[in-house]
Design a protein around this ligand. Structure first.
Ligand code: BG6
Length: 515
């Protein structure tokens, strides 16, 4: 891809003293700036409630860069360049619900524009908890900052979670649209910034051999796994109000599913691609609350040792309710009602404290119509060919198929054809946030989530949540307390997740093979 460069801009980061700003945003901006993808005149106005002078915040920022900028790129961090970079940062202390602080912000912005940013382009990055999204955007508009007085553009990047359910996501969209046009709003999902997620496009639409078999005539089912080995650590307060379905499925996993399953777009522009993603999500079956048990499984990790490290049981984690029913694991059998995928289930599973860190899509093809070759398996295990798209780690694509074992007999054995990013292209470069921030600065919303996409994803997820709420109410009426199935850390989740596939005569695979 040719190097892109952006016009002069002022980036205002709300939540600048938080973890996301320090671990991801500042390092991403630093790299973009250091490789000349951002103008050298770039100015950053960091805004948060914590008291800092400009100098004290710059020191903090420098520390974060030295600590985290190397996470994203191979090699040592150029500390001299980091020092030069932080000089462009100014800091304003302020509350998010204080109109006077936003008037002061408007004055600050006007001064910075005059000195460094004649074009008057403004990017507001909301790296804050979601409960202040509304006050911030309202206050921006009231302070006259929803559009630029110097004729430049004004854009918002909003972090997840975008809503808590369908109603809240809809309310947030309505609220934003009062003061901002949709093309000013960039809802970020960092999975869309991952190279290997974007490669799903290239694999499907840049090659001739996959598309003809990418449908119900050849595909038996699809599995999408996002497994993490860590527990929730210190995020108990956030996580207990969220859970795996809201935290991972509604956004990252439904996006990966949409890219895997959508119809070819009429062009590679934002509208064409997002239209097809919305169509796909609209085809996802909505589960009736009474049926939730048939289609979705949830669980919580218990305590225990994994690889010499001790994992605290979810229910004993600080800030988690001791009788919490928040799921740390979910598996969902998704049905897609369209011509391409009718009758082809998409099994989604994600969880914390699982056996390995792994994100992959397995396209499992139909079995041969008649098995003429002895592969030593029972008929139930006749081979499916599997195309595995490994999103992370060990990024690549593997095709699993059967080959003849050398020797006098005609016996088959499972083998793999493997493409590895590392081997093909050398060290991985670029980080999701860099790509996405650059796209937002260039006004390209292809890899951001549109308002209708977010709502239709929430609609299907909210139906599941309603089903779970119903189960809890019923348990209460019976005088019981609902307890979620527990799974040991370092395993692949509760047994019920295996049952979900076994009922359909299938099993979970990692990298194409039985785990
Ligand atoms: C975040 C979730 O959006 O994605 C986290 O809030 C999760 O709970 C993270 O750990 C996973 O991202 P990645 O890029 O490490 O797969």
């Amino acid at each position: 891809m040719p190097r892109k460069s952006t016009p002069s801009v002022l980036i205002v980061i709300f939540g600048a003293s938080g973890d996301l700003a320090k671990r991801k945003l500042l390092p991403a901006l630093f790299h973009l700036w250091n490789e000349d993808s951002l103008p050298k005149s770039l100015r950053i106005l960091a805004y948060a409630r914590t008291q800092f002078s400009d100098a004290a915040y710059r020191d903090e920022a420098l520390k974060s860069l030295i600590e985290h900028a190397g996470d994203m790129h191979e090699g040592d961090v150029d500390q001299e360049a980091c020092r030069r970079f932080v000089k462009q940062i100014e800091y304003q202390t302020g509350a998010y619900d204080d109109p006077a602080a936003f008037d002061a912000l408007a004055e600050n912005i006007a001064t910075i524009d005059k000195a460094h940013n004649e074009a008057g382009n403004h990017l507001f990055y909301l790296a804050t908890p979601p409960n202040v999204f509304m006050p911030i955007t309202e206050n921006l508009a009231n302070a006259g900052l929803a559009s630029s007085s110097s004729g430049g553009w004004t854009r918002l990047i909003i972090e997840k979670p975008f809503g808590h359910d369908l109603a809240s996501a809809h309310a947030l969209n309505q609220h934003l649209h009062k003061n901002f046009a949709e093309d000013q709003v960039f809802r970020i999902d960092h999975y869309l910034g991952k190279e290997t997620v974007q490669n799903i496009f290239v694999l499907r639409f840049g090659n001739g051999i996959f598309e003809p078999i990418w449908n119900r005539n050849y595909v038996d089912h699809v599995q999408i796994t996002v497994a993490e080995t860590l527990g929730i650590g210190e995020r108990g307060g956030y996580y207990d109000r969220s859970g795996a379905l809201r935290d991972m499925v509604q956004n990252h996993m439904m996006q990966v599913m949409a890219l895997t399953a959508m119809e070819p777009p009429v062009g590679m522009d934002a509208k064409s691609i997002r239209d097809q993603k919305v169509n796909l999500l609209r085809s996802v079956q909505r589960i009736a609350p009474a049926d939730v048990e048939r289609f979705a499984v949830r669980g919580q990790y218990s305590g225990g040792g994994v690889d010499g490290r001790e994992v605290t049981a979810y229910l004993k984690t600080p800030e988690v309710e001791p009788d919490s029913t928040t799921e740390t694991f979910v598996a969902w059998r998704v049905g897609i009602d369209n011509w391409r995928w009718q009758g082809v289930p998409f099994y989604l599973r994600t969880g914390k404290a699982l056996a390995s860190k792994l994100t992959e899509v397995n396209i499992v093809f139909r079995k041969p119509p008649l098995m003429l070759v002895d592969n030593g398996d029972s008929p139930m295990q006749m081979p499916n060919n599997v195309l595995s798209l490994r999103i992370q780690p060990d990024e690549g694509i593997t095709l699993t198929f059967d080959a003849k074992k050398p020797g006098p007999l005609v016996e088959a054995e499972r083998v793999q054809m493997d493409f590895s990013y590392l081997k093909a292209f050398g060290a991985q470069r670029g980080e999701a946030y860099e790509r996405l921030i650059l796209d937002a600065l260039l006004g390209d919303s292809t890899l951001f989530i549109r308002h209708d996409e977010v709502e239709v994803a929430w609609d299907r997820v909210t139906a599941l949540l309603d089903g779970w709420e119903k189960q809890e109410k019923e348990a209460k009426t019976r005088g019981d307390t609902l307890r979620l199935p527990q799974y040991r850390p370092g395993t692949w989740g509760p047994a019920a997740a295996d049952e979900l596939l076994k009922r359909d005569g299938r099993y979970w695979r990692n990298n194409g093979v039985k785990r």
